[in-house]
Design a protein around this ligand. Structure first.
Ligand code: CA
Length: 263
């Protein structure tokens, strides 16, 4: 993690802007893409959801998570405070949880579906907030270092926390994708929130586990630190996951932050 913990420390004189690119690919093995994503430059909201469940239910669950995030944009309008943003992201994720549960109840063929949700919000005032459930991830590349900002809700992450697996052993573990927390599986779900300052030159990645199980942290890091057009970078990330096997769907949103010109 970068060394600052609190958002909102940036001077009011500094305004930030960003550019993004995004893409999603079914991969080399699966018949369908159960990932969904939403990148709203104007709102500063970037969302990845990775669905699971038979009979196309995973696609339904991830689409519902993205839909709830999109509707949550209203909540984030008008220069919200950090606390507002935390509440808006939590609300969007809890609404998605309820929608998925209710969809499962009314459509028995979709029972048991679930999804991850990782939602990154950027404020032009110079801070970010992330709302997160599951094993999609957010990364930050800053000053030639790459930080993983989110902690997975997986069985193997628990073993990492206990010191029984390294990150790399967890990545290639046969049960690496077994989730301990997801939307649509329980009446309510704890939402992890992360926040921090923005700096000019920051690059964020929000991605599904199709990328992070195929590529090591070092491989992801070296790609993220490359200076190249953002569309190219997203394509390179997806291609690298597919070249490494492409056993899952891969989704990547990359966002570059810059200082906005003075008004
Ligand atoms: Ca996946």
């Amino acid at each position: 993690m970068p060394d600052e913990k609190q958002a909102s420390a940036n001077s009011a004189d500094h305004r930030f802007a960003w550019r993004c690119a995004s893409g999603s690919d079914v991969g080399r093995v699966r018949a369908s893409n159960e990932d969904a994503f939403w990148a709203d430059d104007a709102a500063g909201l970037f969302v990845v959801a990775d669905g699971m469940g038979g009979h196309a239910a995973g696609e339904v669950a991830s689409a519902l998570a993205v839909e709830c995030a999109a509707r949550g944009v209203d909540c984030l309008e008008g220069d919200p405070s950090v606390e507002d943003a935390r509440q808006c992201l939590t609300k969007a994720i809890l609404e998605a949880n309820e929608r998925i549960l209710s969809e499962g109840r009314t459509h028995p063929e979709h029972t048991g579906m679930g999804t991850t949700a990782t939602m990154l919000f950027l404020s032009s005032r110079g801070w970010y907030v992330i709302g997160h459930v599951g094993d999609s991830r957010a990364y930050l590349a800053r000053d030639d270092e790459v930080y993983r900002l989110t902690v997975d809700h997986t069985y193997v992450q628990e073993l990492v926390n206990q010191g029984r697996l390294t990150d790399e052993q967890a990545r290639i573990h046969p049960r690496s994708s077994l989730l301990t927390r997801a939307l649509g599986t329980q009446d309510t779900v704890p939402v992890d929130l992360y926040e921090g300052e923005l700096r000019a030159g920051d690059r964020f990645l929000v991605t599904s586990d199709g990328l992070t199980t195929m590529l090591s942290e070092a491989q992801i890091g070296s790609l993220l630190l490359q200076r190249r057009p953002l569309d190219d970078l997203v394509a390179a990330l997806v291609d690298a996951a597919n070249d490494a096997g492409g056993t899952d769907n891969t989704t990547a949103i990359v966002v570059d932050v810059e200082e906005a010109p003075a008004a």
